[in-house]
Design a protein around this ligand. Structure first.
Ligand SMILES: *Cc1c(COP(=O)(O)O)cnc(C)c1O
Length: 401
């Protein structure tokens, strides 16, 4: 053997910090203990036990997506793989796709459509604004796309497309399939696949669902599934071919070895959503995010997006003049063991409000660490006023626990 085993390797204990960082960024987010435990189990991917688990995952997903008969598939891959699965299966080469772009992730859908040789029209929504239904309709009438792609919550710019239901209705009126990226929003705010007429819903594990990264779910409407079955051309993607994935998800047969541990983890994450109920879970997220936003403003800081376009699941905060976001992030993580996210462009930082991030103890620790870090870097904020505002909004209703 010519290549020797590397020496001087550190065990994970010596690499990971003694005190784990509290993950309060734009994902991945903290996972519940049950999800972590499920992720440590390996079982036969084709046995009866797995079949029973798959049935429940599909059943629970239909609740979380709010669909009666939606065709649910799992994906061994990140949210981006589920995005690519939606695009690869629904977009026929040379057909027209209208991509509504609010930032990084919604633009990724456009890029994926271009890679399957679609004629992609991009509607670039101005920074800090939600997509306007009238403008979308103008584009649809002008270009007659077969598929429209849109993000519900754009994690990168912290903008929410609040008019999603309206936009989907317009697209349906013009016979256009609607693909929605709900990775950061699913189970954090209302989403109704059937009532809104959504044809493909994409979600990842590590954001709204508070599960592990790398295993994702996708739901296709009846119309979308019929479109997939009717396609005669062979997809260039093998792993992401929905007709092949159907073998595993509906026919107890083999496509590729399913990520069993990850599916078990998703099962537990979905079960926690079902137990909590979507109604209470969305309420918890809204209240938690609003309390955080109130706390940040009361300290004397400004939010990145105006209220009517603002996303609750990921909150963008302007970094005060004289402070650079990297030094702020470093101070937060080294001194307070709290991790939040920077951003791709503007001098903003982002605090996540997804799943386990929306718990009172995590909010108080994060807001305190955030304000104290800014004070430490020389900008004087009213930290007590921020903490008081956080407390009063949280306690205006029942306690977020
Ligand atoms: C994170 C994210 C994705 C991509 O998910 P990955 O698991 O990183 O591939 C897609 N869309 C949105 C809105 C996201 O927040």
């Amino acid at each position: 053997m010519q290549i020797q085993a590397p020496t001087g390797l550190l065990s994970l204990d010596n690499i990971l910090p003694d005190e784990p960082l509290l993950m309060m960024g734009a994902g991945p987010v903290p996972i519940p203990a049950r999800v972590a435990a499920a992720n440590g189990i390996v079982i036969n991917h084709l046995g009866d036990t797995m079949a029973q688990i798959i049935e429940q995952v599909k059943q629970m997903s239909r609740y979380v997506f709010q669909t009666q008969h939606g065709h649910i598939l799992g994906v061994a891959g990140p949210g981006s793989a589920a995005m690519e699965m939606a695009i690869a299966n629904l977009v026929v080469p040379k057909s027209k796709v209208l991509s509504i772009c609010n930032g990084f992730f919604s633009s990724r859908l456009a890029e994926m459509a271009a890679r399957v040789d679609a004629d992609v029209i991009r509607l670039l929504v101005p920074e800090g604004e939600s997509a306007a239904p009238e403008i979308v309709e103008e584009y649809i009438v002008k270009h007659q796309p077969q598929v429209l792609t849109i993000v519900q919550g754009e994690t990168s710019s912290t903008v929410c497309n609040h008019a999603l239901a309206n936009i989907a209705a317009i697209a349906k009126k013009h016979n256009c399939l609607v693909v929605v990226d709900a990775v950061c929003t699913l189970s954090t705010m209302p989403f109704e696949m059937d009532n809104w007429g959504i044809d493909a819903v994409i979600t990842g594990g590590q954001k709204g669902l508070s599960c592990i990264p790398g295993v994702s779910l996708i739901g296709f409407s009846k119309q979308a599934w019929e479109h997939i079955l009717a396609r005669k051309d062979q997809l260039k993607h093998w792993c992401l071919d929905a007709k092949l994935a159907d073998q595993f998800w509906y026919k107890k047969s083999y496509h590729y070895t399913a990520p069993v541990s990850g599916i078990l983890a998703i099962h537990e994450a979905l079960r926690l959503v079902c137990t909590e109920t979507l109604e209470l879970r969305c309420e918890r997220h809204a209240r938690s995010s609003q309390a955080l936003q109130a706390g940040i403003e009361a300290m004397g800081l400004h939010l990145h997006v105006k209220p009517e376009a603002r996303l609750n699941s990921v909150v963008g905060i302007k970094v005060p003049d004289g402070i650079q976001s990297p030094e702020l992030l470093r101070t937060l993580s080294s001194r307070y063991k709290v991790e939040i996210s920077g951003s791709f462009g503007a001098n903003i930082v982002r605090i996540g409000q997804m799943g386990e991030q929306c718990r009172a103890h995590n909010l108080f620790r994060t807001l305190h660490a955030f304000g104290a870090s800014i004070n430490l870097l020389g900008q004087q904020l009213d930290l007590p006023a921020g903490m008081a505002a956080l407390e009063s909004v949280l306690d205006r209703h029942a306690v977020v626990d």
